[in-house]
Design a protein around this ligand. Structure first.
Ligand code: DON
Length: 307
């Protein structure tokens, strides 16, 4: 029997199609030039069924969505206590690239804002690793999750490197505070390369599906992330994944999630599903406008709110 799910997903696209509010991220030229009308949605069930509709073959850069998976890799390489010694878990309530450290502890507030994400990047691989070594490890881990070989979008990377001053400011701040041990320029370059990894919504849904499935890959059935790491990643996605919109998101949608400025959002509901949406126009907080609406529809229609 033909699955009714693609028809349903197309209806979700139709319901948000007319909303052309918001704007592409403009601080990275390659993102500013992306077609703002593209849109797609994909879901991956924990038993490995993947459904996608719309522009589901369009590649876009992960941007901040990468932060969730790199946090898991940092935990794998340094242990949870090693990572918690460097990065907090408190929502910041601030914009994602705020130059800030937690009062008292002097650590980045959480791994989803840039200060914490640059630190998490620096904790992947050996302490003296170059950006190249770290990014190779990250690409390998993400490719395994996606089930195909992912690549850095060099045009996106070059475009963001032209405007790296704010992230470099964060890198110097983290180095001065004794949080990152390596050369801050290597950490920031590597972080920007990790953000530039290209994916489709299908890739992201499968990757999120692994989080939803407690770390067991939904398609291969292999354990690829320890369950304690998944618990940690989903916890910070819940409280910090949508930045200063996190409270509104949790109450309206109720799914642990992470957004990126190319217009992607992933969501992962433990024991049930991984989902991914894509639409480039963002609201003022850097989250995809139509993407957020799609997630709200999915949550309401399928009873996916965690509460
Ligand atoms: O650090 C940056 O500015 C970007 N490469 C990533 C930011 C991002 O995706 C924020 N999320 N909505």
């Amino acid at each position: 029997m033909k699955s009714p799910i693609p028809d349903y997903l197309n209806k979700v696209l139709d319901r948000v199609r007319d909303d052309t509010s918001g704007a592409n991220a403009d601080y990275i030229e390659a993102l500013a030039k992306a077609d703002p009308d593209k849109m797609a949605v994909a879901v991956a069930t924990v038993d490995g069924q993947v459904y996608s509709v719309g522009d589901d073959d369009v590649e876009f850069s992960m941007q901040s969505i990468s932060k969730a998976f790199v946090y898991a890799l940092a935990i794998e390489d340094r242990g949870l206590s090693g990572v918690l010694a460097k990065i907090g878990v408190e929502p910041s309530g601030d914009v994602f690239n705020k130059l800030s450290l937690e009062a008292g502890s002097n650590k980045p507030m959480n791994p989803m804002i840039n200060a914490g994400a640059i630190t998490a990047h620096s904790l992947v691989g050996p302490p003296d690793a170059t950006a190249e070594v770290r990014v190779a490890r990250i690409l390998k881990g993400m490719s395994m999750l996606a089930g195909r070989e992912l690549k850095v979008d060099e045009a996106v990377y070059e475009a963001e490197m032209k405007d790296w001053h704010r992230n470099m400011g964060l890198g110097f701040m983290l180095k001065a505070a004794g949080i990152i041990e390596c050369d801050p320029a290597e950490a920031v370059k590597g972080y920007i390369r990790q953000c530039s990894i290209n994916v489709t919504v299908r890739d992201l849904a499968i990757m999120a599906g692994t989080l939803g499935n407690g770390g067991v890959h939904p398609v291969t059935g292999k354990r690829v992330i320890p369950s304690l790491s998944v618990r940690q990643v989903l916890s910070v996605m819940t409280t910090c994944g949508m930045y200063d919109a996190a409270g509104d998101w949790v109450s309206r949608v109720g799914i642990p999630a992470k957004s990126g400025v190319a217009g992607g959002i992933i969501g992962a509901l433990p024991g049930q599903i991984g989902l991914a949406v894509f639409s480039p126009r963002l609201d003022k907080k850097g989250n995809s406008v139509r993407g957020m609406s799609m997630c709200e529809h999915l949550s309401n229609d399928m009873g996916m709110h965690m509460m």
